[in-house]
Design a protein around this ligand. Structure first.
Ligand SMILES: C[S@@+](CC[C@H](N)C(=O)[O-])C[C@H]1O[C@@H](n2cnc3c(N)ncnc32)[C@H](O)[C@@H]1O
Length: 292
């Protein structure tokens, strides 16, 4: 059962006529040293985003296979990428980002983790000229699309994904969806303000305001990715939206064990957040077969 404050936000979102407009991120590419440091800090294994990374990591594992070449769009400091690469040592990954600062962090993290199946490249995710048509077995992206300046760029990015993805390839794109009310956005942004740097709280607030709407995602998916993947959102309130292809591998017991081990090391409040996210997505139609 979700907490009472979340239920209150849900009720207000369902009954409101309000609809706030999108406000693009003040910094589209994340290259401010303080902003990058705060994001890295919040994201590492024990940070506030740990449950979110575990949920998306498990989803990504379903759509990739050993031997695949996987492209991670806007990989940032590679927190998500390193987790998935560690869990899938037989899969090769290419992380793409436009920020030098983020890529430096990503390089350091990949090296620190001793991973030899990850490459990184500076590139714009809406212009993937360096990647050939049908060259990726799978494409993934987590919590990054809201950094794109406008719907046209989101649409172009989806067209690029369709171009580089092999037929029958795996896909998992996930990002925030735009809520209707300012106070809902503020609730989520400030929910853990006491556990995270102020810079991260502000960054989170900007992200939620810059989120594309569920309708935007539906429109861009129908135009380019309909044949590849279905669209899901968290139940009743599209706080998060995911576009996911069919699973491409049978549920693997070793993967399940490794994911369960990560979960068991989380403090109880992170395990509760993970359960909430899993429940809200499951009720929205997105199952999580590797995380029980
Ligand atoms: C919020 S971070 C998400 C990072 C990572 N995917 C994760 O889940 O932790 C967003 C990233 O998008 C990158 N970014 C923004 N616009 C981009 C673009 N047009 N092309 C490539 N990267 C971009 C930023 O530099 C930043 O690293």
């Amino acid at each position: 059962m979700p907490s009472l404050p979340v239920l209150q936000v849900l009720l207000r979102e369902l009954t409101t006529r309000a609809r706030i407009s999108r406000i693009p991120e003040p910094k589209l590419v994340m290259d401010g040293p303080d902003q990058v440091a705060a994001f890295v800090h919040a994201g590492r294994e024990a940070g506030v985003m740990a449950p979110v990374y575990l949920f998306h990591g498990a989803q990504i594992c379903e759509v990739i296979r050993p031997g695949d070449q996987v492209v991670d769009l806007a990989c940032g400091p590679a927190t998500q990428l390193a987790m998935v690469a560690r869990l899938n040592p037989e899969t090769r990954f290419l992380g793409i980002d436009l920020s030098e600062e983020m890529l430096e962090r990503a390089h350091a993290y990949i090296e620190e983790q001793g991973l030899d199946n990850v490459e990184l490249r500076k590139s714009d995710i809406s212009r993937l000229e360096s990647l050939e048509d049908a060259s990726a077995d799978a494409v993934v992206s987590t919590m990054a699309l809201h950094h794109l300046p406008d719907f046209e760029t989101l649409d172009r990015t989806f067209a690029e994904i369709a171009r580089i993805l092999k037929p029958g390839g795996g896909l998992y794109l996930v990002d925030f969806g735009r809520l209707k009310r300012e106070d809902s956005i503020r609730y989520f942004a400030y929910q853990y303000a006491d556990r995270q740097p102020d810079e991260f709280t502000l960054d989170y607030l900007h992200s939620l305001k810059a989120a594309f709407s569920l309708e935007d995602f539906k429109r861009a998916r129908s135009a380019h990715l309909e044949a590849h993947a279905a669209i899901y959102s968290t139940f009743l309130m599209p706080y998060m939206v995911a576009i996911k292809s069919a699973a491409r591998r049978a549920a693997d017991s070793e993967l399940k064990r490794n994911l369960a081990a990560i979960r068991s090391q989380m403090p109880p409040y992170h395990q509760r957040d993970l359960k909430d996210l899993t429940t809200f997505f499951r009720l929205g139609g997105l199952k999580s077969t590797l995380l029980r």
